[in-house]
Design a protein around this ligand. Structure first.
Ligand SMILES: [Zn+2]
Length: 251
């Protein structure tokens, strides 16, 4: 069985180490903080063999070189990561990567950055989605277009609904406030927002989140919902997504 170790990093990132006990292989999902990753791996008694990057931002790939220098691990990343550290292997949509006997499908989720990818491991019902989608939110659209970002979110929406989404930040409380503003009639969202308040009051992580719940509550995944389209003035899901994204940016 795949083991996932989650820990806070920097101010609001989550670090993930994914370990396959059968092969002994361990991959870092992104590298916000090299020292923290090395310490956490040592505490778990795991040897880092790989780094899988989701996108090039320094709070995701900034620790690549230091972790590689310390462990000799293999860095597997989308081409855009070359901006800050040269990967050993460049991957893109449709590729697969292995951790022991587990296989991750590489999915294009561009929009936050153009080359952003996600790693979906069907056998474990998990997906590492970086800054493409968050609990009740999605990443800021720094490089992509609404068309591109919506197509990326549709690929995430199409994953099995029981998939656990491992997002890279604890942004959920702020996201919930905007989601309630965006979709005030949604009772499933109101319940979810109340649960988030309780969890954050005790410092409990709200990540990972199950896709099924996000499909019912996350306004950015629901830009094709007729009520949201009417409220946000979009004629199409892409227009509605763009209006929601701009609304959140200015909220
Ligand atoms: Zn980012």
């Amino acid at each position: 069985m795949l083991e996932i170790h989650q820990f806070p990093c920097l101010s609001d990132n989550y670090g993930y180490l994914v370990h396959d006990p059968a092969s002994g292989q361990t991959t870092c999902i992104d590298t916000p903080d090299a020292d923290e990753y090395l310490n956490q791996a040592q505490t778990k008694g795991w040897t880092i063999t790989h780094i899988w990057n989701t996108h090039w931002h320094p709070d995701h790939a900034g620790g690549n070189d230091a972790i590689k220098a310390a462990t000799g691990c293999i860095v597997i990343a989308p081409a855009e990561v070359e901006r800050i550290a040269k990967p050993d292997q460049v991957i893109a949509h449709g590729d697969t990567v292995s951790l022991g006997a587990f296989t991750a499908d590489v999915i294009d989720v561009g929009g936050h950055t153009n080359g952003h990818i996600a790693f979906h491991i069907p056998e474990a019902s998990v997906a590492f989605v970086g800054d493409a989608v968050f609990a009740l939110g999605c990443g800021r659209m720094f490089e992509g277009t609404p068309e591109q970002f919506w197509a990326s979110l549709e690929r995430i929406k199409a994953l099995p609904s029981q998939t656990m989404l491992y997002c890279a930040h604890e942004y959920t409380q702020a996201n919930a406030k905007f989601a309630m503003h965006a979709d005030p009639e949604n009772s499933a969202l109101a319940d979810y927002a109340a649960e988030i308040e309780r969890k954050r009051a005790t410092g409990t992580p709200t990540v990972p989140t199950r896709l099924e719940r996000e499909l019912a509550t996350n306004p950015f995944l629901r830009a094709d919902n007729p009520a949201l389209m009417a409220k946000w003035g979009g004629q199409t899901p892409i227009e509605t997504f763009a209006a929601l994204r701009a609304g959140k940016d200015n909220f």
